[in-house]
Design a protein around this ligand. Structure first.
Ligand code: FPP
Length: 242
């Protein structure tokens, strides 16, 4: 209905959020360990990020690990930590050299100390690439409820009443526009404690594809779908036309 190619008139979302689900099932179908799925998922994540920034998206938030994911078997977590130990720096350098600022979003204190260090080092080292206000939020140890509670406590400590704007400024995503398009792969249709405050008006796009097979073309399809949505923010069609 909207064609399948990004065109000049395609409205590119400023901020895309992605729930990268389905690595485990993708690997299982191929009789491979879950860690293989995560490895392929991480490579796919890098490819998608490059494509998104090249298309003109300014902000991307990827859900790499939730607070709930810390309950996964230790061996699986170690596999994810090893991906960070061995590949994160090179991948982030590749992405950030496109003028992107990396922001680690979440409570990383439960992670092994060396992994925490790698994440923070990468954040610091890639800061030199910052240009044009492009940002990547790498959500790890992230949970929206924990983020909201943290923000509430911070306001209480200051003894200040909050407004919607001042509250946004207490979230990890402070200073960034809200996600306009939220993509979830892996067939499930839920938000899983991801950006609950920020996604109030996000267009939700669910793909049946498992994350490692979600291609650049699939991302473009999601953006074209987004471009065809009428975003009313609670208003009527007539008000929007005005
Ligand atoms: C959900 O798929 C995915 C994750 C819990 C991790 C996503 C991680 C990456 C894409 C790699 C980059 C991130 C890090 C931390 C190195 P699942 O395993 O729940 O898949 P399933 O639902 O099929 O079991």
């Amino acid at each position: 209905m909207f064609g399948n190619k990004i065109k000049e008139e395609t409205r590119i979302p400023r901020h895309i959020a992605i729930i990268m689900d389905g690595n485990g099932r993708w690997a299982k179908k191929r009789m491979m360990p879950r860690s293989y799925g995560h490895k392929q998922g991480m490579q796919r994540m890098v490819g998608l990020l490059e494509r998104a920034y090249d298309l003109g998206v300014s902000f991307v938030t990827v859900y790499a690990l939730s607070t709930e994911n810390f309950n996964r078997p230790q061996a699986e977590l170690e596999g994810l930590y090893n991906l960070i130990r061995n590949h994160f720096r090179a991948y982030m350098t590749r992405i950030c050299s496109r003028g992107v600022t990396l922001r680690i979003v979440g409570d990383i204190s439960p992670l092994p100390a060396d992994v925490q260090q790698t994440l923070l080092d990468c954040e610091r080292e890639t800061a030199e690439y910052a240009k044009d206000g492009k940002e990547l939020n790498f959500a790890i140890g992230y949970g929206a409820r924990a983020e909201i509670v943290r923000a509430v406590n911070s306001a209480v400590e200051k003894g200040e009443k909050v407004t919607e704007e001042s509250f946004s400024a207490l979230l990890y995503t402070h200073g960034e526009p809200d996600p306009e398009l939220l993509i979830r792969t892996g067939k499930e249709k839920r938000l899983s404690n991801f950006l609950l405050y920020q996604s109030a008006y996000a267009e939700l796009y669910f793909s049946d594809k498992m994350f490692p097979e979600f291609s650049d073309k699939d991302l473009e399809k999601a953006i074209i779908w987004f471009s065809g949505r009428k975003r009313r923010f609670g208003k009527t069609d007539e008000q929007i036309k005005e």
